[in-house]
Design a protein. Structure first.
Length: 273
């Protein structure tokens, strides 16, 4: 079990940065950093060999926010959520493995986060509210939400390569699979008194469903590289290569109408020499 015991008690997360959040279509440079082979005595420096995508959604904070020191109550959370975008939280898994103990991701995550260009408001998503997954054990009181707070947003990730222009679907998932709701994530972020401001962006974390074809990253889809993904032209992928283009797409389907999110696209560029 890759999840630590605290995962079912609180929405585990970490702080990021705004400077490298980019709009769809912006290429992403393969990062360099420290990595360490399990058999090596010391780390080495060079281009990441395990660049990955993460299928996520991002929610923008809205409303008046909260004053420093004053947490947001779960009953007021919706008043402080503005809208949602597709989000690809690019990751360098080999850099992450070496650096993340004990404080979590740093350089493995800061080289780029791609978002889709259109913000879909929470009002537009209201017809697609559904109950979320059962939360066992019951969350602590400040995270308990008696209302349905998940959203039925159909998501898809596709890959094209330098030699394969046609998109190959890698996974299909849904925002409703998220264990912790957008409201709960916002509330937990503010519970210590952190002041949330309009325009703050929260990433959901990887949105993986219950079946292997719904896993939201190469790390899961190729199972840490042990199950390479076969592409139609004979290529295989364990992680992303230079020239690979990742496309996230999503929509909500109503009766006779659809709410679309557009696309969230990024191409991996070679690392600097």
């Amino acid at each position: 079990n890759a999840l630590l015991p605290n995962w079912v008690h609180l929405p585990v997360g970490y702080h990021g940065r705004a400077s490298s959040v980019v709009v769809s279509g912006t290429p992403i440079r393969r990062p360099k950093g420290q990595t360490k082979d399990p058999a090596a005595e010391v780390p080495s420096f060079g281009p990441s060999q395990r660049v990955d995508f993460e299928l996520e959604m991002g929610v923008f904070v809205g409303g008046s926010g909260n004053a420093l020191g004053d947490p947001i109550d779960i009953s007021k959370a919706n008043d402080n959520l503005f809208g949602v975008v597709l989000l690809n939280d690019w990751s360098a898994r080999d850099i992450q493995t070496w650096e993340y103990v004990p404080l979590g991701p740093f350089g493995a995550k800061n080289f780029g986060t791609t978002i889709s260009p259109w913000v879909i408001t929470m009002d537009a998503l209201e017809p697609f509210i559904v109950p979320g997954p059962a939360q066992v054990p019951q969350p602590l009181p400040y995270l308990q939400d008696p209302t349905a707070s998940a959203y039925d947003v159909q998501l898809q990730v596709s890959l094209s390569t330098a030699t394969l222009a046609e998109k190959t679907v890698l996974c299909r998932s849904n925002l409703k699979y998220m264990y912790w709701s957008l409201k709960q994530q916002l509330v937990h972020h503010s519970v210590t008194g952190c002041n949330m401001r309009a325009g703050d962006l929260l990433g959901t974390g990887t949105i993986s469903g219950p079946t292997p074809d719904s896993y939201g990253s190469m790390l899961e889809l190729a199972w840490k590289g042990t199950k390479p993904i076969a592409l139609p032209n004979g290529e295989e992928r364990k992680f992303l290569k230079d020239g690979d283009t990742v496309t996230l797409a999503g929509f909500c389907q109503g009766e006779g109408f659809r709410v679309g999110f557009g696309e969230c696209v990024g191409t991996v560029l070679p690392a600097h020499q």
